[in-house]
Design a protein around this ligand. Structure first.
Ligand code: HEC
Length: 224
């Protein structure tokens, strides 16, 4: 298997969820993590495998969403397609969660659904990715993985940025949303913040948290 260089940090802060450094350590060091007063060191190989398993799941999730959204937009238009985002995305996430025992979702610094709002770790990572984007880092490299103490469990958390495409994203996330589409969005999401995006912006991210106690990744990678 091949892996792209990704950014990771070695230390766990006292609060457990903050990023403590942005040093690019790639995939070279084992990461000691303290959770429930035990120190856990993840081998380089396991770290890599878990990151790769997260990537595979994101690919699957993104492919499923696009495969549903595009035909709906084309066939029924944006108002009907709102239901795809509204119902299909959370349902898919739930299915993946049941399959893996991980937490799977989408998040954003400007979320449409308040349930998707980032936690402290996610928003710190999203801010770092925004900085990288400003330095012209390619979208394919806007990802991040780190082992942290998450709800008392040593957990590999992984985030992958989602680009805003001109089509089909701007119909519902741009600055020129048609009034009848905007009205339906407003009705479903009175606290919507996810408008005003431009092509090429980071719309949000896939976010995956795998407790190290879950070994689903082994079976998943073995069947590759
Ligand atoms: C038909 C309207 C529509 C289109 C087109 C659309 N979205 Fe959304 N988007 C929504 C709705 C509705 C939600 C809220 C979903 C929920 O309740 O979880 C959402 C939520 C999201 C989220 C989760 C974070 C949040 O803001 O709640 C991301 C990420 C996202 N969209 C990305 C995209 C991208 C990327 C595209 C283009 C490929 C796109 N969307 C196209 C309507 C749309």
């Amino acid at each position: 298997m091949k892996f792209k260089k990704i950014f990771s940090t070695a230390k766990l802060s006292k609060r457990g969820l903050a990023i403590v450094s942005t040093v690019a350590v790639g995939l070279t060091t084992a990461q000691p993590v303290v959770a429930n007063e035990k120190t856990i060191t993840l081998s380089k190989q396991e770290f890599e495998q878990r990151v790769q398993a997260s990537r595979l799941l994101v690919k699957e999730f993104a492919g499923n969403l696009q495969g549903t959204l595009k035909p709906a937009l084309k066939g029924q238009g944006p108002v009907a397609a709102i239901n795809v985002c509204n119902e299909v995305a959370p349902k898919l996430a739930q299915q993946f969660e049941q399959q893996t025992g991980w937490r799977v979702g989408r998040t954003s610094l400007k979320a449409r659904n308040p349930d998707n709002a980032p936690d402290a770790w996610e928003s710190a990572v999203l801010n770092k990715l925004e900085q990288k984007k400003a330095q012209n880092v390619a979208f394919s490299q806007l990802e991040y993985a780190e082992v942290v103490n998450f709800n008392g469990q040593p957990t590999l958390r992984y985030i992958k940025a989602i680009p805003t495409a001109q089509k089909p994203c701007l119909a519902c996330h741009g600055s020129n949303i048609k009034p009848h589409v905007a009205a339906k969005i407003k009705m479903l999401y009175p606290q919507d913040k996810a408008t005003g995006y431009h092509e090429g912006d980071i719309r949000g991210a896939f976010t995956i948290s795998q407790p190290l106690s879950s070994d689903w990744f082994k079976r998943n990678l073995a069947s590759e």
